[in-house]
Design a protein around this ligand. Structure first.
Ligand SMILES: [Zn+2]
Ligand SMILES: [Zn+2]
Length: 589
C-alpha cells in the first residue's frame, strides 16, 4: 500500500501476540500498554516512531492487522481478493491509536459436512479451493470458531483437509450435529428394540432418537458421547442434537409419553453433561432449541455445563427479531428470553442469514435485520453468535449478510446501509455504483419474501397467501430492477462475477414469479388449480437453468451438485401441495 516492502524480523522483547511497525530507522522501545486485553480484543498504540499492534490472542492479532489495514483504506470483501489501495506513507504516521473488544466472544460460521460432497474427489476439491480463500477471510474478519454439522448419513464428523488451515488461523473447531442417532447405533435394534423410541401405537422402530426411560439406552448414548469427546480433544463445543425432524423422533412409550420432547432431550444431554462436568478439559454441551424444542419447557433443569443453542429457523427475516410489528418474531423472542432465564444466560445463537436451503437458493440481502438482531442479542446479554453457510454458494448469494455478520460480531452498532454499499464496491470495484443499486434492489425484494420460512415451500393461511401472492410478484419485478441496474455496467468492464450474480437474480425473479403463480393456483379449484399449478411449477423448474449457467468456481459444490437434488424435493413438495396432500413446511427439513 505504501509502495515498498518492509523487512520483518522476530523480536524477543515483543509478546507472542504483538507486532511493532517501525516507521523510522530507530529502535525505540515499544510503548507497552498497561491495560490487559480480554480474549480476542486488540489495540493499536503509537510510539514516537512506531505503531504497536497487541492482541489478547494470536488470532486476535490476525484480526487486528486486518483492522489496521482497513483503517488505512484496504478492503476485505467476502468472496474476492482483498483490495490494497496505494496510500501516502504519511497516512501510516498519522494513524490514531484505537482499541477493539469484539462484542461477541464466540463468532462462528457453521456448515453441514455433507455440503463438501466428500465422497466425490473432484467435488471435494472444488469445495477445498473455496475453503482456501474463505478460512483466511474468516480469520481476518474476526471469526474465531467453525462448527461442523453431522447428519445421520454422514461418514465424517469434520473435514480433515481443512483442519490445518483452521488451526493456522486460530479458528476453533466444534463437532456434533444431529448425532443422537449415531450415538445409539441402529444395529442394536435387533437385540434391544427397547432402546429405541416407540410410536404412539407403542411399536418401537430403529428411527428417531432413543427411549430415554431405558437406562441402558441412555448409558450407551452417554458412553458414545464421552468417547467422542475423548477422541477429539480439539472440539471446543459438543453439539448433541436429535434427529432433524419435527415430531416423531422422541419416544412415546408408556414411560416416556408423559415427557415432552424438551424434557426427553434434556434427560440425555444432562446424562452426558454430568459425566463431563468432572473433566475440566471437556467442552460444554449445546442443547439445541429448534423445531419441537424451540419452545422452552418450564421443567428444563440444565446442568451448569449445558448451554442452549437457539436456532429459530422458521422466524421472519423481513423483520428484526425484536420488531414488535412483526406477526411472527415476537413469539420467538419470547422463547429466547425464557431460554435465557432457564439457562441462567448460557446461550448460543444459531442464525440463518446465509442459509441457501431456507432461502431457496435465491439471492437475498438483509443487513438491517442482521444489525438489529445482533444488537438485540447483545442487549439480552448473549455473547455467542453463529451463522449457517453453504460454502461458496452463500458467498455468492448472501455476501452482504456475511459482511454484516462479521461487522456485527465485532460491533453490532455497524451501519447496515454502508455495509451494503461497501460489499457491492468491494466485490465489484470497477462497477461499484451499478452493483450498489442492484444490491439495494435485492434488499427491497428480500423484505417482500422472507416472512414465511422456507421460500420454496409457501404454506400459509389463505389471507396471508392472498397478500403474499402480490408481494412475491412485486419481488420478482424488483429483482428485475437489480438485473437492469447491473445491465448498466460498461461493456469494457470484466463482469464475470457480476454476470454470475445477474444469473442468480434472474433465477430469483423467475422463482418468485412462479411462486406467486403457485399461490394463485392454490386459490383455484378443480381443473384450473391443476393447469395453473402445473404452469407455475414449470416456471420454477425452468428457473434452475440460470443457476446451471453459473461457473462452479463461483456457485461452489452446493450450487453445482446439492441444489440439483434439493430442487427435486422442492418440486415434489410443490406438486403434493397442489394435489392437496402437502405436508406442512416444518416437516420437510
Ligand atoms: Zn420410552
Ligand atoms: Zn415479520
Amino acid at each position: 500500500m505504501i509502495g515498498s516492502i518492509l523487512e520483518s524480523s522476530p523480536d524477543a522483547s515483543l509478546g507472542p501476540s504483538e507486532i511493532r511497525i517501525e516507521l523510522a530507522d530507530s529502535a525505540t522501545a515499544p510503548q507497552s500498554s498497561p491495560i490487559a486485553l480480554d480474549g480476542d480484543g486488540f489495540e493499536v498504540s503509537r510510539g514516537a516512531e512506531s505503531i504497536v499492534i497487541r492482541a489478547g490472542t494470536e488470532r486476535g492479532l490476525i484480526h487486528a492487522s486486518t483492522n489496521l489495514l482497513e483503517k488505512l483504506g484496504a478492503q476485505f470483501p467476502p468472496g474476492v481478493a482483498p483490495l490494497y489501495p496505494r496510500i501516502e506513507t504519511g497516512r501510516l504516521a498519522a494513524l490514531e491509536p484505537f482499541r477493539v473488544t469484539p462484542a461477541f466472544k464466540r463468532r462462528a460460521f457453521i456448515s453441514d459436512i455433507m455440503t463438501w460432497d466428500y465422497n466425490f474427489p473432484d467435488r471435494l476439491e472444488l469445495h477445498l479451493r473455496h475453503d482456501c480463500e474463505f478460512i483466511p477471510w474468516m480469520a481476518r474478519r474476526g471469526i474465531n470458531a467453525f462448527s461442523y454439522i453431522r447428519h445421520a448419513h454422514d461418514t465424517r464428523l469434520k473435514i480433515d483437509e481443512v483442519a490445518p488451515l483452521l488451526r493456522e488461523h486460530g479458528i476453533g473447531v466444534e463437532y456434533g450435529g444431529h448425532v443422537l442417532q449415531l450415538l445409539l447405533p441402529r444395529d442394536r435394534f435387533a437385540e434391544h428394540p427397547e432402546y429405541f423410541p416407540a410410536g404412539d401405537d407403542g411399536v418401537r422402530a430403529a428411527r428417531g432418537n432413543l427411549c430415554v426411560s431405558n437406562p441402558d439406552a441412555v448409558a450407551l448414548v452417554r458412553q458414545g458421547a464421552l468417547a467422542y469427546v475423548h477422541d477429539h480433544p480439539e472440539n471446543e463445543l459438543l453439539h448433541i442434537w436429535g434427529a432433524d425432524v419435527w415430531r416423531g423422533a422422541w419416544c412415546r412409550c408408556g414411560q416416556c409419553r408423559e415427557l415432552p420432547p424438551q424434557l426427553q432431550y434434556m434427560k440425555v444431554v444432562n446424562a452426558i453433561a454430568s459425566e463431563l462436568a468432572a473433566d475440566s478439559k471437556a467442552p460444554p454441551i449445546a442443547y439445541l432449541a429448534y423445531h419441537d424444542t424451540i419452545e422452552p419447557h418450564p421443567g428444563l433443569k440444565p446442568l451448569d455445563n449445558v448451554w442452549f443453542e437457539w436456532a429459530p429457523r422458521e422466524r421472519c427475516y423481513s423483520h428484526a427479531i425484536d420488531d414488535p410489528t412483526c406477526e411472527i418474531n415476537p413469539r420467538y423472542l419470547e422463547s429466547l428470553k425464557r431460554y435465557i432465564e432457564i439457562f441462567d444466560g448460557r446461550g448460543h445463537i444459531f442464525e440463518y442469514y446465509a442459509d441457501a436451503i431456507l432461502f431457496g437458493g435465491l439471492g437475498f440481502a438483509t443487513p438491517a435485520v442482521v444489525a438489529s438482531d445482533l444488537r438485540a442479542y447483545r442487549q439480552l446479554g448473549l455473547t455467542s453468535i453463529s451463522c449457517l453457510t453453504f460454502g461458496a454458494y452463500s458467498v455468492m448469494a448472501y455476501p452482504v449478510n456475511l459482511e454484516a455478520f462479521v461487522r456485527g460480531s465485532e460491533d453490532p452498532d455497524f451501519e447496515p446501509g454502508a455495509t451494503l454499499v461497501d460489499t457491492a464496491g468491494g466485490r465489484h470495484p470497477r462497477c461499484a455504483r451499478e452493483m450498489a443499486a442492484a444490491y439495494r434492489a435485492v434488499e427491497r425484494a428480500s423484505k417482500l419474501c422472507l416472512d414465511y420460512a422456507d421460500v420454496m415451500h409457501p404454506v400459509m393461511p389463505p389471507e396471508k397467501a392472498a397478500r403474499k401472492l402480490n408481494e412475491l410478484r412485486e419481488a420478482a419485478l424488483v429483482f428485475n430492477e437489480a438485473i437492469a441496474a447491473a445491465d448498466q455496467i460498461a461493456s469494457s468492464v470484466d463482469t464475470r462475477l457480476a454476470g454470475a450474480e445477474k444469473e442468480l437474480w434472474r433465477y430469483s425473479s423467475d422463482v418468485l414469479a412462479g411462486m406467486s403463480d403457485y399461490l394463485g393456483a392454490l386459490q383455484q379449484t378443480g381443473v384450473h388449480r391443476h393447469i395453473w399449478g402445473a404452469a407455475a411449477i414449470t416456471r420454477v423448474t425452468d428457473a434452475f437453468a440460470h443457476i446451471r449457467a453459473i461457473d462452479p468456481e463461483i456457485k461452489g459444490t452446493w450450487g453445482a451438485y446439492d441444489l440439483e437434488w434439493i430442487r427435486e424435493m422442492w418440486i415434489r413438495a410443490l406438486q403434493r401441495g397442489l394435489d392437496g396432500i402437502g405436508k406442512p413446511a416444518e416437516e420437510l427439513f
